[in-house]
Design a protein around this ligand. Structure first.
Ligand SMILES: Cc1ncc(COP(=O)(O)O)c(C=O)c1O
Length: 370
């Protein structure tokens, strides 16, 4: 394998030297004041990534992957007595419904085609027809296809009907716009190892202060009940369970880099530039995007596997040259592949990616003849 792999999968990402070095910062105990101070500082900075949220939303840090954060958010905040309306057009939206089912929470799934946007008319109709639907759960960036959900429209409907939004922002937090006020956001789930450029192992939930304070029964899970985490992390700074200490060092450094580079807007600009470069190369090679550019996130786009190869060969040809692309998921698996543009990539990496793709087209990844 080439020494430096460029990860174009949707996390984990290619690390910056600073973040990689932070992993070796030292041996700390998670029950010592210096780690408590680090957790408090990380939580404060997570809540400040979007200035509109600072002071009104509070974060808790959870050892686990993005899925743990989404499930913990739902277990802690999705109501027990009222249905949550789940909007889904991909793997991760459908997973929200599966999590609610696993926790025995009443919910209604508004599932759409994986290549189509959320049906806004159906959402409006459901919210207008049923005053008991007061929570909406949705994915901001449906990584299955690369679609960026129209949260301006969905959030406006939530606000109009007084429904609280529970957001899976796992593959968007730190790079896409989040307007907590306009969207009537109650809570969101995010992770260290995607747009923030940390390493896998820590995830987080940001929720409104009032939501943390509300007296609620247990979450139906000991580990995923976020209220004890919130009480502890916003009290003495400790957590109920062992935290991924070295991953926290990396997230600390990644957040510093994120802020120094200009925050989420700068990251969005950077990703857009990178995605446009990749798109140009693929278009020159005759590869078609799955979705129109205007519907895509800045983080990842899906492309149709061209007739001259198959996914396995294309993946192998690129990996031999140091690039990891990502397969399609579920029913889209044979037809598409995905390219994310997160992580510590240089312009030269993208030039080499173009060369690698061109070489793959020229023969390296050709499917055997009939
Ligand atoms: C939108 C979204 N939600 C949830 C997840 C699950 O995250 P993890 O694989 O870290 O558990 C992912 C992973 O890619 C994702 O893209």
């Amino acid at each position: 394998m080439p020494e430096r792999m460029i990860l174009l999968n949707p996390g984990p990402v290619t690390l910056s030297p600073r973040v990689r070095a932070a992993l070796g910062r030292g041996d700390w105990c998670h029950r010592e004041p210096e780690f408590a101070a680090l957790v408090r500082s990380i939580n404060e900075r997570l809540a400040a990534v979007y200035p509109d949220m600072a002071g009104r939303y509070e974060a808790v840090l959870l050892t686990g992957s993005g899925t743990a954060a989404v499930e913990a958010m739902l277990a802690t905040f999705a109501p027990r007595e009222q249905r949550t309306l789940v909007l889904a057009n991909g793997v991760y939206g459908e997973r929200i419904a599966a999590m609610l089912a696993a926790h025995g929470r009443p919910h209604e799934l508004l599932a759409g085609d994986w290549t189509a946007a959320v049906d806004l008319a159906a959402l409006e109709q459901r919210l207008a027809a049923d005053p008991m639907l007061r929570h909406v759960a949705v994915v901001q960036h449906e990584t299955t296809t690369g679609r960026l959900t129209d949260l301006a429209a969905i959030g406006a409907l939530c606000r109009r009907f007084g429904a609280r939004l529970l957001l899976d922002a796992v593959s968007s937090f730190g790079a896409e716009h989040i307007d907590a006020t306009a969207w009537n956001l109650q809570a969101l789930a995010g992770t260290a190892n995607k747009c923030l450029h940390g390493v896998p192992g820590l995830a987080f939930v940001l929720a409104e202060r009032a939501a943390w304070a509300a007296p609620k029964p247990g979450a139906g899970s000991l580990y995923l009940d976020l209220r004890p985490y919130h009480r502890a992390q916003h009290g003495d700074g400790y957590s109920p369970f062992t935290q991924a200490v070295q991953v926290a060092f990396a997230l600390d450094e990644a957040l510093r880099e994120h802020a120094e580079a200009g925050g989420w807007q700068a990251r969005q600009r950077l990703y857009r530039e990178r995605a446009a470069r990749v798109h140009c190369v693929l278009a020159e090679l005759g590869l078609a995007a799955l979705l129109p550019e205007a519907e895509c996130s800045c983080v990842l786009r899906s492309y149709r596997v061209p007739a001259w190869t198959d996914y396995a060969r294309l993946h192998a040809a690129l990996k031999a040259r140091g690039f990891v692309i990502y397969a399609g998921q579920g029913r889209l698996a044979p037809a598409i592949f995905r390219i994310a543009v997160m992580g510590d990539l240089t312009p030269d990496d993208l030039t080499r990616l173009g060369q690698a793709l061109t070489a793959a087209r020229a023969g390296g990844a050709a499917a055997p003849g009939p």
